[in-house]
Design a protein around this ligand. Sequence first.
Ligand code: FAD
Length: 291
Amino acid sequence: MKPVDFELHRPATTAEAVALLAEHAPEAKVLAGGQSLLPLLNFRLARPEHLVDLGRIAALAELRRTRDELVVGAMVRQARAERSPAVAADAPLLAAAFPNIAHPPIRNRGTVGGSLAHADPAAELPAVARALDAVLVAAGPAGRREIAARDFFQANLMTVLEADELLVEIRFPRAAPGTGASFQEVGRRSGDFALVGVAAQVTVRDGVVEEARVCVTGVAPTPHRAAEAEEPLTGRPLTEARLAAAADALRAAIDPSGDLHAPGEYRRDVAGTLAVRAVAQAHRRATEHAA
Ligand code: FAD
C-alpha cells in the first residue's frame, strides 16, 4: 500500500517545527525515524495531511551530560545511544534496553523520542523512562513543559503530548556509583516486540541494595512500575528468598490480558521469572562496579 498524499515540511529549528504543528494540527504529524509511522501511513491507518520531519533540527540530536542528568535529544537515533559511552556510564539501563529493540537497521533510523512518543505497550524505552523516573520535555505554542514519565504514558499508543506539541528531550538521572542494570525479555522471535520485558536497575552500597527500580512492559497498556517488587529488595542484602518474594509480589500485582500471541496467565508468570533474572543480573553488575 502507499500513503495518501501529504505535504512534507522540513524545518531547521524547533521553533519552526512548533509553528508548523500549531498551524496544521490536528492534520499534521511529526516524522522522526519513521519506523513506526511509515508502516501506519502505508497501511493508511494514519492519514495526516502534513508531515513535519524533525531530521534537520540539529538541536534535537544532542546528547549531553549535566552534573546530575544525561540529556538525550528526542532525535538521537537508538543505534547512536546504544554505542554511546556516556549512555553506558550514566544510564546503564537505557544502554541495556537497546539491543532488545527490533534489529540494527531499525535502530539506525529509530529515535529515542520516537519510541517514547509512540508509546507502544510492548516497547522497551517507555519502561526504561518509567523505571528511571525520567523527565520528558515537550515544546508547544505555549513554550516548554516538563512531564514526569509516570504522567507521560496515558494508554495504549497514547501520551499526554498535545497534537501541536513536540517531544524535544528526555532527562535521565545519572546513575550513582555501584549501579548495575539489566533488561530481560521474552518474544516469539529475535527482533520481535516483546511479549513481556522487565527493566531492572539496582544500586548496591556495602553489600546492601540501596535502591531497586523495576518496570515491566507488555503486561498493561502503559509500563507497569513494580513498586511492590522493589519494596522487598530495598535496604537489605539480596538473597534468593527476597528475589522470589519480589517475583511473587509482582505476579500478584499485575493482571495482563491475553491475545493471539500469549495468554494473560503466561505473561504474568513470565514477568515474575524475568524480574528474578533482571534483578539478579543488575545486582551482579552493580557489585562488579562497586568493587
Ligand atoms: P516515528 O515512526 O517517526 O514516529 C512514531 C510516532 O511518534 C508518530 O506518531 C510520530 O508522530 C510520533 N513522534 C515521533 N517523534 C516525536 C517527537 N519528537 N515529538 C512528538 N511526537 C513524535 N520498538 C520497540 O520498542 N521494540 C521493538 O522490539 C520494536 N520492534 C520493531 C520491529 C519492526 C519490524 C519495526 C518496523 C519497528 C519496531 N519497533 C520496535 C519500533 C521502533 O523502535 C521505532 O523506531 C519507534 O517505535 C518509533 O521511533 P521512530 O523514531 O521511528 O518514530
